[in-house]
Design a protein around this ligand. Structure first.
Ligand SMILES: Cc1cc2nc3c(=O)[nH]c(=O)nc-3n(C[C@H](O)[C@H](O)[C@H](O)COP(=O)(O)OP(=O)(O)OC[C@H]3O[C@@H](n4cnc5c(N)ncnc54)[C@H](O)[C@@H]3O)c2cc1C
Length: 191
């Protein structure tokens, strides 16, 4: 799908459902406050550094599986004379024309970067090993439930997008979470 279509879809989604996104906020801490029986989410405004606090009944964690860039410490990495670039820092293959480039990993990023490098005339190789599934959340009931109940934790905590099923998986989780929250609200109204 072309970038412009995707951006238009996101903009229309926001206006259709009357969503007010809080941009440039980084969540630093979230915990369930047993006194108020609500989630307390502490954030930092990344533009001015000011802290902000949000309080809510429901908390949906959708921070992505690959949010933090990580370069493992490999023997010999320190003395490697070439550039070492994490995929999150990669912009374009234009600066790698005619250069030898080794991609480590063949996930979405690795494959797309290899394609882009090849398009820009780099001599590209790719190292592949079997994927290793790793749980990113635990101790709060999430993930430990296992598919297909992986999205639901305790105390109205939810998570979307942690099953390595791409956008389809995120969408499945989001629908299940929305239905569960709606059900909880309806049940509360009946009481
Ligand atoms: C190069 C590439 C190509 C891909 N192609 C496809 C494809 O063709 N089809 C497909 O189905 N999938 C594809 N994927 C996978 C797809 O992008 C992911 O599955 C999807 O984006 C996951 O969505 P998400 O909402 O769970 O997480 P993300 O899209 O990663 O969103 C997580 C968001 O949480 C924010 N965040 C993280 N931590 C914090 C914090 N502490 N405070 C505030 N915000 C925070 C991040 O800034 C980010 O905006 C591709 C991925 C890559 C990298």
């Amino acid at each position: 799908m072309p970038k412009d279509y995707f951006l238009r879809y996101v903009d229309e989604y926001v206006s259709e459902f009357n969503i007010s996104p809080c941009y440039n906020r980084s969540v630093e801490l979230a915990f369930f406050d047993e006194v108020s029986n609500k989630w307390r989410i502490e954030t930092k405004n990344v533009l001015d550094g000011n802290p902000e606090v949000y309080v809510s009944q429901f908390l949906v964690v959708a921070t992505g599986e690959n949010n933090e860039g990580y370069i493992p410490s490999l023997a010999g990495l320190d003395s490697f004379p070439g550039d070492i670039v994490h995929s999150s820092q990669y912009k374009s293959g234009s600066e790698y024309k005619s250069k030898d480039v080794l991609i480590v990993g063949c996930g979405n990023s690795g494959m797309e970067i290899a394609y882009d490098l090849s398009d820009h005339g780099a001599s590209t190789s790719i190292v592949i090993r079997s994927p290793e599934a790793k749980s990113t959340l635990n101790g709060v009931g999430i993930q430990e439930n296992g598919f297909p109940q992986h999205w639901k934790g305790e105390k109205w905590l939810y998570c979307a997008g942690f099953t390595r099923r791409g956008l389809f998986g995120v969408s499945m989780d989001a629908k299940a979470i929305a239905e569960d929250i709606n059900q909880a609200i309806q049940n509360r109204k009946k009481k």
